[in-house]
Design a protein around this ligand. Structure first.
Ligand code: TXA
Ligand code: MG
Length: 316
């Protein structure tokens, strides 16, 4: 298959709509990371996403809508708290998990779960594509499964060239980290994946619990096998360094750094995944990364770093 890249103008948008309406897949820009989209109501199109990415078949997809009105038509239980959050944070980097009340979204999307994850992306081309299609789009990040999420059209091409027909190039993603994923229970908000919508922002609406899975338990129990999937990983080995000060970090790295090792002393959300890909391209053997304070957007970065590092967490 030939993969073409088109700009996110009206021509590109109509090309994407045409493909999606014909049951094909296409990569589209969002404000978080690029997504690999298909008609969320079409099980055959959904399977094409899993094939192109090499995605594990038990990993459910996020359904992208143009707004709350579209979400209300999908046979989901949308509680008043969720309505308020949608009003405040949509279109935006907040994915909410809803219980099904009807089977409008096929089970292929949520891989048999009785819940469906939904968000409205804050990107003009993505919103226009959803509106013109008239149906919601299921879309995981448009990377090969396991590699860092793509924050530019070039990243998508590097991973999926020859496997998808079209990439809509909307430039670099504003946030550069995937959306915050939340679930509801007992009137509380549970964060399953931290992102640009922070616990601090959500706590204005309800009590917020940050799920253990966010910390992958690795910091407390670095030797325990199988408690976390390896994710967001560059080819290089990531070593997450739990340093109390910048000084501490530098001292540790200076003592341990070898040829072909690189450092990220002050990771930042918008460029983090791109930086991992750049260092891979330089042939990095190991990447030492200083863990940020797990607060605000720092929590999302912290989570991505420890997941990329797997159990390589060091306290100098
Ligand atoms: O920012 C984002 O969320 C990007 C853009 C493209 O929207 N998408 C994205 O998708 O990151 P993906 O597939 O890479 O991550 C989706 C996450 C996975 O961790 C998945 O397990 C979780 O959402 N998820 C999806 N449906 C779920 C459900 N019903 N219950 C629990 N978790 C769910
Ligand atoms: Mg992903």
């Amino acid at each position: 298959m030939n993969t073409i890249i088109k700009k996110a103008d009206s021509d590109g948008v109509s090309e994407a709509v045409k493909l999606l309406q014909n049951g094909e897949i296409a990569a589209i820009p969002t404000e978080t990371v690029y997504g690999l989209a298909a008609n969320a109501l079409d099980p055959v199109a959904i399977e094409k996403i899993f094939t192109a990415k090499g995605r594990p078949l038990d990993n459910p997809l996020i359904v992208h809508v143009s707004g709350i009105e579209m979400a209300r038509k999908l046979g989901l239980e949308i509680l008043p708290l969720a309505e308020r959050l949608a009003e405040r944070f949509w279109a935006g980097a907040l994915t909410m998990i809803f219980r099904r009340t009807a089977e409008i979204i096929p089970p292929e999307v949520s891989r048999g779960l009785d819940t469906v994850a939904v968000r409205a992306p804050d990107n003009p081309a993505a919103l226009e594509i959803i509106r013109l299609c008239g149906f919601p789009l299921a879309a995981p990040s448009a990377n090969a499964s396991g590699s860092p999420s793509p924050t530019s059209a070039q990243h998508v091409l590097a991973d999926l060239n020859g496997k998808i027909p079209l990439i809509i190039d909307g430039g670099e993603c504003r946030h550069g980290l995937e959306s915050t994923v939340i679930a509801f229970g007992g009137g509380k908000i549970r964060i399953l994946r931290p992102g640009a919508i922070t616990p601090e922002m959500l706590s204005e609406y309800a009590e917020v619990i940050v799920d253990d899975v966010v910390f992958a338990k690795a910091a407390e129990n670095p030797k325990s096998p199988g408690t976390a999937h390896k994710h967001y990983s560059p080819k290089a080995h990531v070593i997450a360094v739990f340093a109390e000060s910048a000084d501490n970090f530098t001292k540790y790295v200076d003592m341990n750094k070898q040829e072909n090792d690189h450092i990220i002393a002050a990771p930042e959300a918008p460029t983090f995944f791109a930086r991992l890909r750049e260092l891979d391209a330089l042939g990095a053997e190991r990447i030492f990364i200083r863990l940020p304070e797990p607060e605000g957007i720092g929590l999302a970065l912290y989570n991505r770093i420890i997941r990329a590092a797997e159990f390589n967490i060091i306290k100098p």
